[in-house]
Design a protein around this ligand. Structure first.
Ligand SMILES: [Zn+2]
Ligand SMILES: [Zn+2]
Length: 174
């Protein structure tokens, strides 16, 4: 995990525990990337998530199976107004932003942590080749709003769990 910016250690720890539970993997925090100016788009005043993924993948430690950056800035990809995160499908890197997960009810409190946990697991799920799931309660459901995020659980549906278990049984390769 690569937290970039001022993160509540409680949130980082909560995300780490959730990753260990869902993916049955050991998590460590390492500051392989510390600034994001290279990804800033002055016209949109947002950060290009794809650029962050590239930098992450390029600086990932050799023994890291997957890397996830946690950022507080507003992320975008060219075709969308914003994204909560982005992942390399079946690849080694993903990024999650908490920028838009803290507004509305429960801002900054426990609700914000729960949302960040769900969306972090969702992005990591993509790196394990999981695609978007039509089940609104499944972690892999694509969410466009905080209400969507609140509606889904912190777990995979049975179908996505089977797909993940298949992926986890494959030899580790990034
Ligand atoms: Zn997704
Ligand atoms: Zn599912």
């Amino acid at each position: 995990m690569v937290p970039i910016g001022d993160f509540d250690p409680e949130m980082v720890a909560a995300i780490g525990r959730a990753i260990e539970r869902l993916f049955r993997a050991a998590v460590r925090v390492e500051p392989i990337l510390t600034e994001l100016a290279f990804a800033f788009d002055p016209e949109r005043r947002q950060y290009l998530s794809t650029a962050i993924l590239g930098a992450l993948a390029a600086s990932a430690p050799a023994d890291a199976y997957k890397v996830i950056a946690l950022v507080r800035v507003d992320l975008f990809i060219p075709i969308l107004t914003f994204v909560y995160g982005e992942a390399q499908m079946g690849g080694g890197a993903c990024v999650l932003s908490t920028f838009r997960l803290h507004s509305g009810p429960g801002a900054g409190g426990e609700e914000g942590v729960v949302r960040a946990v769900k969306e972090a697991l969702h992005e990591l799920g993509h790196t394990f080749r999981l695609r978007h799931c039509p089940d609104p309660a499944c972690l892999m459901h694509y969410c466009r709003s905080e209400a969507d995020v609140d509606r889904k659980s912190s777990d995979l549906c049975r179908y996505c769990r089977v797909l993940l278990d298949d992926e986890l049984r494959k030899p580790a390769a990034r």
